[in-house]
Design a binder for this molecule. Sequence first.
Ligand code: MN
Length: 192
Amino acid sequence: MFELITLPYAPDALQPAISAETLAFHHGKHLQTYVNNLNAAVAGTPFEGKSLEEIVRSAEGGIFNNAGQILNHNLYFTQFRAPRENNLPVGKIAELIDAQFGSFDAFKSEFAAKGAGLFGSGWVWLSADAQGKLVITQEGNAGNPVAKGLKPLLTFDVWEHAYYIDYRNARPAHIAALWQIVDWDVVNERLA
Ligand code: MN
C-alpha cells in the first residue's frame, strides 16, 4: 500500500511562497487522492508491490498517471524548507550549474521560462543524465524524467492546483517565489 508522505516542515513553514492553505489542499487533498486512486488501481494487478519508479517506467493510463503524480509530489514536497533571502545553490550542484549555465541567474531564467511556458498542466524538472550532465525538461501531466533514464533533482509543479489559491493565474510569480524555499542540500543529496 502506498501512503501519503509526511511533510518535513510545519504547514505554515513555506509562507509566503506557499501558504498553509495551499499545502492543505495540495498535500492533504490532491496528493491523498492520487494515493487512494493508485492503491485501488493496482490491487490485483502485476503492479501491486512494485515501487513508484518501476510503475512509472512501465505502466500506462490511470496507473501511470497516479503513480507519476505520487512520485512527482514526493520529490516536490521534500525539496523545500523555510524561506531564506538570497537562497543560492551550494556545493556540487552550484558548481555544475555555474559550469553548464554560466550563472545561477541564467539557469533560473531557463528553468522559469520552461515552467511558465509549459502549456496546460505539468512539471518543469532539473535532472542529471547518465553522464552527470544537467538537463532541464518539461513534462506534461504526470510525467517524470525517470521514464527517460534521467535522475530527477529538482521540480516545480505548474499545475494550477499548485498556485491558484495564492497566485490566481500568475504562474510566473509563483515560480519566482519558489527559489527562496528550495533546499539545495536535498538537491545535492539527490545528485550524489
Ligand atoms: Mn500538484
